[in-house]
Design a protein around this ligand. Structure first.
Ligand SMILES: O=C(O)CCC(=O)C(=O)O
Ligand SMILES: [Fe+2]
Length: 336
């Protein structure tokens, strides 16, 4: 892992660790929203009611479960077996530089989350970029890897596109703005592996945290992901090929001028086999600001224009780490 990320994970999660321990499992579920219905088309009743459900879940919990059947179970098996082979490569191979963007392309052996390992594939929705990434990891080539990763990322990006279109529409923000943001969105496919704990070792996979992107869409191979609900309880997400946890990241908080808080989530390792999961994260490639439709007397402007990659660089700076400990990272970076 990069030294910077190690420091970030180490210090970040020390502060967050205090949140844990006093919470019990939630009895009220996180809303599950159906995106598999073929009648879910813009303009229909179903579309309008789904937009409302998305907005409510985002405002209440910072996320929801999407039931989405466009990732075929065979593709799900294929991409997770490709991931396993990626993680089986030597650390020096996985740790190679694959992008200039500050997206923490490889993280492992973080002192306070020893089970966690994570790899990021930049712009996985592009067949060419998947191929490029694959050739760095396997100079002899690995078509199974690049093809399954690219097909998977494209399917999940379709869900990301629909969810964002609905969020924009639910707040009365023009669809043109959505299209323009979509055109400059960078998608990163992040793969996670958690080894089983040794005797006496922690079963914490990742301590409670929020993500720095706009949306994160997680699909897990094994249970372990938990989401903090409005009532303060933790909701455990069930693993399934057609169940995706859609989580608001800090960029969505800025976009929404604080109407939507980033989703707090964590991972536990409760099983006796390694856990794999996948997250499609989206970053704004262009400067982004709170939507004017979401600024009024009751909701005065809370953020300055936001440079997403600037934020990722700030994230690992001394000031960023300090702000994180105080729970003010996004505010310190671009708050008014
Ligand atoms: O493994 C998961 O399901 C989520 C991991 C995660 O939240 C993260 O690393 O940001
Ligand atoms: Fe996360």
């Amino acid at each position: 892992m990069t030294e910077q990320f190690s420091q970030l994970v180490h210090t970040d999660f020390q502060g967050l660790g205090r949140i844990m321990g006093s919470q019990t499992e939630s009895q009220v579920p996180l809303p599950a929203i159906d995106f598999s219905d073929e009648h879910l088309k813009p303009g229909t009743h179903k579309w309008v009611s789904t937009c409302q459900a998305v907005r409510s879940a985002m405002e209440d919990h910072g996320g929801f479960l999407a039931l989405y059947d466009k990732v075929d179970p065979l593709l799900y098996d294929s991409v997770f077996s490709a991931m396993k082979r990626l993680f089986d490569l030597p650390s020096e191979t996985k740790g190679q530089k694959t992008t200039d963007k500050p997206i923490f392309s490889y993280a492992a052996q973080c002192p306070n989350i020893p089970l966690y390992e994570s790899i990021a594939i930049d712009n996985a929705v592009s067949a060419g970029d998947c191929q490029k990434y694959t050739t760095i990891m396997w100079p002899q080539g690995n078509d199974h890897f690049s093809e399954s990763v690219n097909s998977y990322a494209k399917k999940v990006a379709e869900l990301d596109y629909i969810v964002k279109k609905m969020v924009f529409e639910s707040y009365g923000v023009d669809n043109q703005k959505h299209e323009s943001m979509h055109a400059s969105t960078d998608y990163v496919l992040r793969c996670y592996k958690y080894r089983t704990p040794l005797v006496g070792e922690t079963n914490i996979g990742v301590l409670p945290h929020t993500d720095s992107g706009f949306l994160t869409i997680i699909n897990q191979r094994l249970n372990g992901l938990e989401i903090k609900l409005q009532d303060g309880k933790w909701f455990p997400v069930e693993a399934s090929p057609s169940m995706f946890a859609v989580l608001a990241g800090e960029a969505l908080t800025v976009w929404s001028n604080d109407r939507i808080s980033a989703c707090l989530h964590r991972v536990f390792m409760n099983e006796k086999v390694d856990r794999y999961s996948l997250g499609l994260l989206s970053y704004a490639g262009k400067l982004m600001e709170p939507q004017e439709e979401l600024v009024d007397e009751e909701h005065p402007l809370r953020y300055k224009p936001f440079d997403h990659y600037g934020y990722l660089r700030f994230y690992v700076s001394e000031e960023g780490v300090k702000a994180f400990k105080n729970g003010t990272r996004i505010k310190t970076y671009c708050g008014i």
